[in-house]
Design a protein around this ligand. Structure first.
Ligand code: HEC
Ligand code: HEC
Ligand code: HEC
Ligand code: HEC
Ligand code: HEC
Length: 383
């Protein structure tokens, strides 16, 4: 019996040990899972992912062959395999290319991403009313100069010194730190930054704008909410959310937009079209089309703009999640901005407009009724 008891004791001890081991394994598993999920959350929150070698090359040489995407001998900044257009302007038939999910700004896909498409400047996509000069921002990287606007941005009140030398980023461009010279240097660190504060449904405006990586689309200081596929798919409830101000906002300096608005960024170079002193004060009658003002509410033509339009989008003062609802009040939200009428990069239409201005005829009941300008000026068409 004793032996039996001993066996039982031993068995119990073994069982206990086994249970302890099981428990320990469980604990390790739980800790492991927690660590993994942390890594997953943080891994996902970084803008870029994937093997270093997808994007970087240590010597621009492997088996004696160049590693740059375009096979160039010259190595790139940050040991990259391409420059901005090398990654973002591959001119394929896809608006997002697989290599680390790169949004394209020069491509032949029928659907343009939210910023527009430089292919209207190069002629790789068919233009409507524009030509190579009027379709958009002729950044030098494209190799197609603007033949009309050769003395700087129209409405340049900050003396930017940008004439025909417009670049993607830096002092001569829009993205990155506009106080730093050179596209690459100006964007340093952004692609690997944690950008969770910009993502729906938990956009945190207060945590944005202090670094390039935490700014809306790497536009230093600009706030907003980022659609994860850059509007490759879009609808009233599937789009970017732009940040705006009321009362025409604060005027920008050459490199800073104190309000953090999309229109304020444009005003760093086109300030003459933005501030109250330039547009005829703070109320109607205006002298230039107002931006960073709330759509007037009840009793006005604007009150009928109630469903978000990706053709003529509005900005907001408060953003946490994407919203399809527009509620003009005249004082707080739903704001007219530069991108209500313009694309940021290029469009098929003259003046980089989101629709053909030529198609906007007062009193029309034709195809353009309810579109373009009529999205807000709802009574100026024939309906
Ligand atoms: C999908 C493309 C991509 C992948 C993959 C990638 N990088 Fe980068 N990396 C970039 C780009 C673009 C830049 C330059 C622009 C910037 O800093 O935003 C950069 C910049 C850097 C920089 C300099 C700026 C900074 O953040 O300090 C370092 C260091 C770096 N990468 C290291 C790595 C390492 C290590 C890996 C692999 C674990 C890696 N990268 C994977 C695209 C990538
Ligand atoms: C080696 C390839 C590579 C190079 C070079 C590169 N990018 Fe990117 N970029 C990426 C990838 C990949 C993403 C997508 C990250 C993601 O999924 O959010 C990206 C995203 C972006 C975005 C969108 C960020 C967002 O919030 O969604 C901007 C803007 C951008 N890049 C600008 C630039 C500019 C300007 C340059 C040149 C100074 C540049 N990139 C150079 C690979 C590159
Ligand atoms: C870094 C300075 C800079 C910023 C920021 C900037 N622009 Fe421009 N913009 C220019 C320059 C330079 C030109 C003239 C050269 C050209 O059109 O290529 C121009 C031209 C334009 C044109 C006329 C296009 C044409 O060729 O007829 C429009 C419209 C425009 N900008 C709108 C905007 C909007 C909207 C924003 C904000 C999203 C903005 N710009 C931000 C520098 C800037
Ligand atoms: C209500 C729509 C609308 C809004 C909002 C708007 N624009 Fe325009 N923009 C136009 C139209 C239409 C033109 C064509 C020229 C004209 O009518 O004066 C134009 C032309 C331009 C031009 C080209 C001027 C030239 O000499 O070729 C620039 C630059 C420009 N806009 C910048 C801006 C900026 C910056 C903002 C925001 C501060 C802005 N626009 C807001 C509709 C708009
Ligand atoms: C996103 C909405 C929106 C779009 C799109 C828009 N507007 Fe406006 N527009 C407004 C608002 C808001 C006002 C200011 C109304 C007020 O203060 O009473 C305004 C003012 C005006 C004014 C001056 C009115 C005044 O009282 O001084 C004119 C003219 C005008 N818009 C024409 C246009 C034209 C033409 C287009 C198309 C190229 C256009 N708008 C597109 C929202 C818009």
């Amino acid at each position: 019996m004793e032996g039996g008891e001993g066996k039982i004791k031993n068995k119990t001890l073994k069982n206990l040990k086994r249970e302890e081991k099981k428990k320990m394994r469980k604990t390790f598993l739980t800790i492991g899972l927690i660590l993994l999920s942390i890594a997953f959350v943080y891994g996902n929150a970084d803008a870029v992912s994937g093997q270093c070698s997808n994007c970087h090359t240590m010597h621009n040489s492997q088996n004696g062959t160049n590693m740059t995407y375009n096979n160039a001998d010259a190595p790139n900044d940050f040991l990259l395999r391409g420059d901005c257009l090398g990654c973002h302007g591959q001119n394929t038939s896809s608006n997002i290319v697989s290599l680390g999910n790169v949004p394209q700004v020069l491509h032949k896909d029928t659907t343009d991403l939210a910023g527009g498409n430089f292919a209207y400047i190069t002629g790789d996509k068919t233009r409507a009313t524009a030509d190579a000069s009027t379709a958009g921002h002729n950044v030098t990287d494209l190799g197609v100069a603007d033949s009309n606007l050769t003395s700087g941005p129209p409405g340049d009140e900050n003396t930017t010194g940008i004439t025909t030398n417009l670049t993607c980023a830096g002092t001569m461009g829009c993205h990155g730190n506009r106080g730093t010279a050179g596209s690459m240097a100006a964007i340093k660190g952004a692609h690997h930054a944690n950008d969770a504060v910009l993502k729906f449904p938990t956009v945190n405006l207060a945590g944005q704008g202090t670094t390039v990586g935490t700014s809306y689309r790497f536009l230093l200081g600009v706030k907003g909410g980022e659609d994860t596929d850059w509007q490759a798919t879009s609808s009233a409830t599937d789009h970017n959310e732009y940040f705006g101000a009321t009362g025409t906002g604060q005027e920008s300096t050459k490199t800073t937009d104190p309000s953090g608005t999309m229109s304020g960024l444009c005003a760093e170079c086109h300030g003459g079209f933005h501030g109250s002193a330039d547009i005829g004060g703070t109320g109607s009658p205006w002298q230039r089309h107002p931006t960073d003002i709330s759509l007037p509410g009840t009793g006005t033509e604007y009150a009928a703009y109630t469903t978000y339009s990706t053709e003529a989008p509005v900005a907001r003062t408060a953003i946490t999640d994407v919203s399809g609802i527009v509620t003009p009040t005249g004082s707080t939200d739903d704001i007219v901005m530069c991108l209500s009428c313009h694309r940021a990069h290029a469009s098929p239409n003259q003046d980089m407009l989101r629709w053909s201005y030529a198609g906007m005829s007062a009193g029309t009941t034709g195809a353009s009724a309810g579109t373009g300008c009529f999205t807000c000026h709802t009574t100026k068409d024939g309906n």
